[in-house]
Write a protein that binds this ligand. Structure first.
Ligand code: 13P
Length: 263
């Protein structure tokens, strides 16, 4: 399998949005679009990451969508198992609720919630041990990019987790490259810059594990229907992690369609 035959992933990160009524409407609108024109499961994995209190409702609401819509947790505890850890949701509790996917390392968690490499490492380790698939987010700040450090920063973020990933667990990791300066700003990395970083990530991961050759590498940062086709055309961009545009069913559907049709 070459990079160009990797089934793409399009995942909507709803972040701390929306209210219940709007979330219900969003799910219904997306189901309607899929009913009118299904996107084959073999053409694109599609997932959504709602707030934790909505995970099970959203999962149930997509049961009759006519295809699998993955329900992805936005976060998990750095502590495994069960116990006296007020406010936390562990990898095992997610798995117990059939939530099989989780985002780790999002720049908002790194920056706003001060998640260090140690915390992120623990989260990745527990998620993989519990049998979850991790969508591991990496990305540089504007300052780091302007200083020519983008690639080094991103590859370091990958090295940060390498010591806790067992050889056979790499197949359960998807990497999302999200340059921080492109998140929620309307600025997208040019397809050339995004492709260059994705190629560097693939090379770097392939030096750690053969799974690097077949790993899905998603791009995130102001992905919209207007730029999805050209991003999807890049050989090492195997999908998108979509923030703002995933809160509109039609935009999100069009992005998924762009990846399904282009790949
Ligand atoms: P936007 O698509 O809103 O830029 O967000 C990207 C992101 O952070 C997805 O995780």
């Amino acid at each position: 399998m070459s990079a160009s035959t990797i089934t793409p992933w399009v995942v909507g990160n709803w972040k701390m949005n929306p209210m219940q009524a709007d979330a219900g409407q969003l799910v219904q609108n997306l189901k309607k679009l899929l009913q009118d024109q299904i996107i084959a499961e073999s053409a694109c994995h599609i997932g959504v990451a709602p707030v934790s209190i909505a995970l099970l409702n959203v999962q149930a609401a997509f049961k009759d969508a006519g295809r699998q819509i993955l329900t992805v947790a936005q976060d998990l505890s750095r502590i495994a198992g069960t116990g006296a850890y007020t406010g936390e949701v562990s990898a095992e509790l997610l798995k117990d609720s059939q939530i099989n996917f989780v985002l780790v390392g999002h720049s908002e968690r790194r920056e706003i919630f001060a998640e260090t490499a140690d915390i992120i490492q623990a989260k990745v380790k527990h998620a993989l041990t519990a049998g979850l698939t991790v969508i591991y987010c990496v990305g540089e700040s504007l300052e780091q990019r302007e200083n020519g450090q983008a690639e080094q920063v991103v590859l370091q973020q990958i090295c940060d987790i390498a010591s806790v990933v067992e050889a056979e667990q790499w197949v359960n990791i998807v990497i999302a490259y999200e340059p921080i300066w492109a998140i929620g700003t309307g600025k997208t990395a040019s397809p050339e810059d995004a492709q260059a970083m994705h190629a560097a990530i693939r090379l770097g991961v392939s030096q750690i594990t053969p799974a690097g050759q077949t790993m899905a590498l998603l791009y995130g940062g102001s992905v919209k229907p207007e730029n999805a086709v050209e991003l999807a055309a890049c050989p090492d961009i195997n999908g998108a992690l979509v923030g703002g545009a995933s809160l509109n069913a039609e935009s999100f559907y069009k992005i998924a369609q762009a990846f399904a049709n282009t790949k």
